[in-house]
Design a protein around this ligand. Structure first.
Ligand SMILES: Cc1cc2nc3c(=O)[nH]c(=O)nc-3n(C[C@H](O)[C@H](O)[C@H](O)COP(=O)(O)O)c2cc1C
Length: 304
């Protein structure tokens, strides 16, 4: 069962260590980072590692790509490894993906998008969902017809990020178009974009009539956020032990390189604290794990 408040797929962020952090705060549905299907098909070790999900529950694997055969290969692997759903990325604005027609470029080719959905839906017994935007740019807002095409092709759920590809992550999300999509299709629709707390989640649900909400940037440095939004109460947290635990998980997973991956997370956990800029500068200049841990401890000791 997909929970009504879910974590957004975020490349470079929602990796296994991040998901372990989130899991302490509940069993809500989480997403992997986007997994490049062509790269997986070529057996690229970094992409392959992203499919190591056998020990996780309630996890949807998000796939990105354009080649139907590679998409099916990846979807079947995700199913065999225990995913509860397959999501196809039709919203990513990254140039490399757009150049080969995948990610948000699929919103310009509904027929190609629909075919991807139907071949994947036929190849697995899991629900196949799509994460899309509202359109390519201000003059090409096609979310409603695009959504209808995908549902006709077999999409079991849609998440709509209320921005165009041209907007990237700037400006505000247009929740009214999400409302129009929800009104036009029979499958569950999740609202995404600018939902960061209980108040914005409730407002988005009321304005869109959506079946659930997806949280992206609001989860950065806040692994408890899904629980907080579901229950309306922030669980008690010990920020210092959370950061140290996350750092250890990253080191376990990525080896020495983990200290570099950890930097942005450390900065997000420390956000809003007095002296954070200077603290981050010091952390970013240090590669010795023990010294980084001491900096974190000195800075966050006693912080809730
Ligand atoms: C760093 C970063 C990485 C992202 N990676 C992905 C991704 O892999 N797949 C995807 O569908 N969306 C990706 N997104 C988009 C988010 O899932 C989400 O749609 C967007 O951030 C808007 O939601 P928010 O306002 O809650 O952050 C990414 C966003 C960010 C900021």
């Amino acid at each position: 069962m997909i929970s009504p408040v879910v974590l957004a797929p975020m490349a470079g962020i929602t990796d296994k260590p991040f998901r372990r952090m989130m899991r302490q705060f509940g069993s809500q549905t989480l997403f992997t980072e986007m997994v490049g299907v062509e790269s997986l098909h070529r057996n690229h070790p970094v992409t392959r590692k992203m499919m190591d999900i056998r020990d996780e529950g309630n996890l949807i694997v998000q796939l990105v790509g354009i080649n139907p055969g590679a998409m099916v290969y990846a979807a079947q692997m995700a199913e065999a490894n225990g995913a509860v759903g397959i999501d196809i990325n039709m919203g990513c604005p990254v140039k490399k993906l757009i150049a080969n027609g995948s990610g948000a470029a699929l919103m310009k080719t509904p027929d190609v998008a629909a075919r991807l959905v139907s071949v994947v839906a036929e190849s697995v017994s899991l629900p196949v969902s799509v994460k899309m935007r509202i359109g390519w740019d201000d003059t090409h807002i096609n979310a409603v017809s695009f959504a209808q095409t995908l549902v006709a092709a077999g999409a079991a759920r849609l998440t709509v990020h209320g921005r165009t590809k041209a907007q990237g992550y700037a400006g505000t999300a247009d929740w009214d178009i999400i409302r129009q999509v929800k009104a036009a299709v029979s499958v569950p629709v999740y609202a995404n974009g600018d939902i960061t707390d209980k108040t914005s989640a409730d407002t988005a649900l009321a304005q869109t009539g959506a079946d659930g909400v997806m949280i992206g940037r609001g989860a950065l440095g806040r692994p408890w956020i899904l629980q907080e939004i579901e229950s309306g109460i922030r669980p008690p947290i010990d920020r210092l032990s959370l950061v140290l635990q996350h750092l250890d998980l990253l080191l376990d997973y990525y080896g020495k390189h983990g200290i570099f991956v950890a930097r942005k997370h450390i900065a997000w956990y420390a956000r809003g604290k007095k002296g954070v800029a200077e603290f981050c500068q010091k952390v970013y200049a240090e590669q010795d794990v023990e010294r980084v841990k001491k900096m974190i401890t000195d800075f966050l000791k006693g912080e809730g």
